[in-house]
Ligand binder design. Structure first.
Ligand SMILES: Nc1ncnc2c1ncn2[C@@H]1O[C@H](COP(=O)(O)OP(=O)(O)OP(=O)(O)O)[C@@H](O)[C@H]1O
Ligand SMILES: [Mg+2]
Length: 383
């Protein structure tokens, strides 16, 4: 309904002469009036196109006006349609029955033109305010839904941060307790090996032991990096240079595995504010994950560009098998790995910590099973 004028009214009255008079009066002031001669015709018309108001006679050939009113009110989904009941008798019981059936107003025939117009206008105003209220209600409901979702997301992030902190403390303690004896073991293994004749069986055995101990040392380093990434001073960093350096290191390995690399970087990409060693560690982790995912070769794509809000976005995509939903749910939590003894499940937890907690950035992943994965990182730029 666009305002009170041009409102669409449905006049349900079998009485030809009274219907004709009312219709003329209402049309003369600009209302669009449709007429129905029976209860069923009225219900069909409302079903096809809801009018802004119904004028409903109590006596109809197929059913009484009360039944029609009740059926209109029974449809809760529809927006509010005011009903003015047109009664033949001015008896209290009839008026009460009309109101009970859901009518908003009762007019007793004969109805003066002035009264008819006044009541119709009042009812249309009522409809306008009710509709406005319903709109407001819908907007409010939508807003509450949006806020609830935002709150749930914030809560999930908090839970994640708390879990990380608890695990971080544990990891820091374990790493510390292992580190000291391990340094001793590695030093003594090295010294013992030096004293033995070159190529002797014992020397080879010691070499093997040293390699195993080195694996433990690597794990401890990762645990430390996860639990307490050393505070590094931040400075302007050119992302392109970092990525190029990493690619140079890993190029040969990728080629051997039939993985081609495509690197697209926006011209004059702004520098980000970060700790270069930490950021290198993140890109290295993501590239190695992509490499591991492409067991039978594929394409590693790296893009860097500025987002609309000025942050720098780096995307690392692979054409591997993608990430299954059950893994996706715990992707950034520590110790979730599908690589058995070849993975610690710390790589992405470290990335999260460095990007989100240390740099105030964002890290996200998009992946459909069977269609590769894309990790996106957003970092604040140097102001
Ligand atoms: N690009 C990717 N494609 C498919 N799965 C991936 C990808 N990146 C990560 N994953 C999945 O997420 C898991 C966790 O990765 P994360 O880097 O944290 O640990 P990891 O690679 O298993 O071990 P590491 O500590 O050595 O990095 C992986 O085991 C793998 O299942
Ligand atoms: Mg990894």
């Amino acid at each position: 309904m666009s305002g009170l004028l041009f409102a669409e009214l449905l006049l349900v009255d079998a009485d030809v002469s009274s219907a004709f008079t009312m219709r003329t009066v209402l049309q003369n002031v600009g209302y669009i009036v449709q007429r129905a001669e029976s209860g069923q015709a009225a219900l069909d018309a409302i079903h096809n196109h809801a009018p802004d108001l119904v004028l409903l006679a109590t006596d109809l050939p197929d059913m009484d006006g009360y039944t029609v009113a009740r059926q209109i009110r029974a449809d809760q989904r529809r927006t509010f349609i005011p009903i003015i009941m047109l009664s033949n008798a001015n008896d209290q019981d009839g008026i009460a029955a009309a109101l009970n059936a859901g009518a908003d107003e009762v007019l007793v025939k004969p109805i003066s033109n002035a009264e008819l117009l006044m009541r119709v206008r009042a009812m249309l105003r009522l409809k306008q305010s009710t509709d406005a209220l319903a709109d407001l209600n819908a907007t409010l409901e939508r807003k509450v839904e949006e806020r609830t979702q935002a709150l749930e997301e914030a809560h999930a992030r908090l839970r994640h941060a708390e879990k990380l902190a608890a695990l971080g403390n544990l990891a820091a303690t374990v790493a510390h307790d292992i580190n000291n004896p391990l340094t001793g073991i590695l030093t003594y293994l090295y010294l013992m090996r030096q004293d033995l004749p070159e190529g002797s069986k014992l020397q080879k055995d010691l070499e093997l032991l040293e390699r195993q101990a080195q694996l433990i040392a690597d794990l401890v380093k990762k645990l430390q990096s996860f639990s307490r990434p050393p505070r590094k001073d931040k400075r302007p960093v050119a992302i392109r240079g970092l990525i190029d350096d990493i690619l140079k290191l890993i190029e040969y390995d990728l080629r051997k595995r039939n993985i081609s690399v495509k690197c697209g970087c926006e011209y004059q990409l702004p520098e980000v504010l970060g700790a270069p060693d930490q950021l290198s560690e993140v890109f290295m982790n993501l590239i190695i994950n992509a490499r591991d995912a492409m067991q039978s070769g594929g394409l590693l794509e790296i893009r860097a560009a500025t987002d609309e809000d000025g942050m720098v976005r780096v995307q690392i995509s692979d054409t591997g098998p993608g990430i299954a939903p059950e893994i996706m749910a715990h992707l950034f939590e520590p110790f979730h790995t599908t690589k058995g003894e070849h993975g610690t499940g710390l790589g992405l937890a470290i990335c999260y910590r460095i990007i989100v907690e240390e740099h105030g950035g964002e890290i996200r992943v998009e992946s459909q099973p069977g269609q590769g994965a894309t990790f996106s990182i957003r970092l604040p730029v140097v102001q």
